[in-house]
Design a binder for this molecule. Structure first.
Ligand SMILES: Cc1ncc(COP(=O)(O)O)c(C=O)c1O
Length: 288
C-alpha cells in the first residue's frame, strides 16, 4: 500500500500548491524535535467543509496556545482550503491543515526566530472506525490519563497531546479494540484518542465536562442537536463505575462523526434508538 507521502495530487504549502511528493520538511524542523505543531481535521460534504471557519479559528487558537502565530489569516486559510478541494476535484473529503515551527536559526527549545509554516492536504477518507459505525465500537481503557490543564495547553489541538493517544490506540488495537478511552488526571471519564464521548441513561444524555480535553466541534454540534430535541444533557464529571448504569454510548469527532460504542472494557452498551437517531441526524446536518 502506498504511503501518504507517495500519492498523486497537490498539497497547499506556505501559499502555493506543490506536488504531493514534494511537500517535505527538514529533519531539523523545530516541530520534529519539540512537538511545536498544531493541526485540524475537517470533513467536506457535498463540496462544503462542515464548520470550516470554526476549524480555522481553532487552528489559530491552538497556535496561540503554543506561543506562535500562523502567518495566514482565517480568511486566507479558508481560501486555501477551498483551493485544495477544487484542485483535487473532491466534494467529499477529509482535510488536514497543519501549522508548525520549521527549521531556522534556533535549534534549542526556544525558537521564536524560526519560521512558522502552514500546509493543507485533502484526501478521500471513509468511516474512521470501519464497520463499528453500524455495529458499535469496542474500546479499551488506556493506562494513560488526560493531563491537568496546569501541565499542558489541553484545549489546543496540538501534536504533543497525541503522544499518549498513539500508544493507547496501539495497545487497544493489539487487544482487538477500535480505540481507547482515557480517564483524566482526577480519574473521571475523559475522551477517546481522537473523539469525545456521550452516554445515555433513561433517555437523558451524560457527557464529560470538557475541562481538560478538546471540546470538539462535533461534540458541541451534537449537544446542540440534543437540546433542540429537548433531550436533557448533563455535562459533568463522570466516574468510570457509572458506566455500569449507562445503556447507550457513542463517540463524536470530525473523523469519527457519530460512532456507536458497544463495549468499553467490561461495560456493554446497546446501539439504541437515540444513538441511531443522532447519528442519522448528524449525517443529514453535515450534508444540508
Ligand atoms: C483528542 C480529540 N478529542 C476530540 C476530538 C473531536 O473534535 P472535533 O469534533 O472538533 O473533530 C478530536 C478530533 O479532532 C480529537 O483529536
Amino acid at each position: 500500500m502506498a504511503g501518504y507521502d507517495d500519492r498523486d495530487g497537490m498539497i497547499w504549502m506556505d501559499g502555493k500548491m506543490v506536488d504531493w511528493r514534494a511537500a517535505n520538511v527538514h529533519v531539523l524542523s523545530h516541530a520534529m524535535h519539540y512537538a511545536s505543531s498544531v493541526f485540524e481535521g475537517e470533513r467536506a460534504y457535498n463540496g462544503k467543509i462542515f464548520k470550516s471557519r470554526e476549524h480555522s479559528e481553532r487552528l489559530h487558537f491552538s497556535a496561540g496556545e503554543l506561543d506562535f502565530q500562523i502567518p495566514y489569516t482565517v480568511d486566507e486559510i479558508e481560501a486555501a482550503k477551498a483551493e485544495v478541494l477544487a484542485t483535487a476535484g473532491l466534494r467529499d473529503a477529509y482535510l488536514r491543515a497543519i501549522a508548525w515551527r520549521g527549521a531556522g536559526p534556533d535549534m534549542g527549545v526556544a525558537s521564536a526566530r524560526n519560521p512558522v509554516h502552514l500546509a493543507i492536504a485533502a484526501w478521500e477518507w471513509g468511516a474512521y472506525y470501519g464497520d463499528a459505525k453500524t455495529k458499535g465500537a469496542k474500546l479499551d481503557i488506556s493506562k494513560w490519563k488526560r493531563p491537568s490543564p496546569e501541565t499542558i495547553p489541553v484545549h489546543a489541538k496540538a501534536a504533543g497531546l497525541y503522544m499518549i493517544c498513539t500508544t493507547s490506540k496501539h495497545a487497544a488495537e493489539a487487544k482487538g479494540c477500535s480505540d481507547a478511552l482515557f480517564m483524566d488526571y482526577r480519574g473521571y471519564v475523559a475522551e477517546a484518542t481522537g473523539a469525545n464521548i456521550f452516554f445515555v441513561k433513561d433517555g437523558e444524555v451524560h457527557t464529560p465536562l470538557a475541562d481538560c480535553f478538546l471540546n470538539g466541534l462535533t461534540r458541541q454540534t451534537v449537544i446542540g442537536m440534543l437540546k433542540e430535541r429537548n433531550v436533557t444533557v448533563h455535562e459533568r464529571h463522570i466516574m468510570p463505575e457509572e458506566m455500569e448504569g449507562f445503556q447507550q454510548c457513542w463517540l463524536t469527532g470530525t473523523a469519527a462523526e457519530v460512532t456507536p460504542v458497544g463495549m468499553i472494557g467490561d461495560y456493554t452498551f446497546e446501539v439504541g434508538a437515540l444513538t441511531r437517531d443522532i447519528g442519522a441526524a448528524y449525517e443529514q446536518l453535515v450534508r444540508s
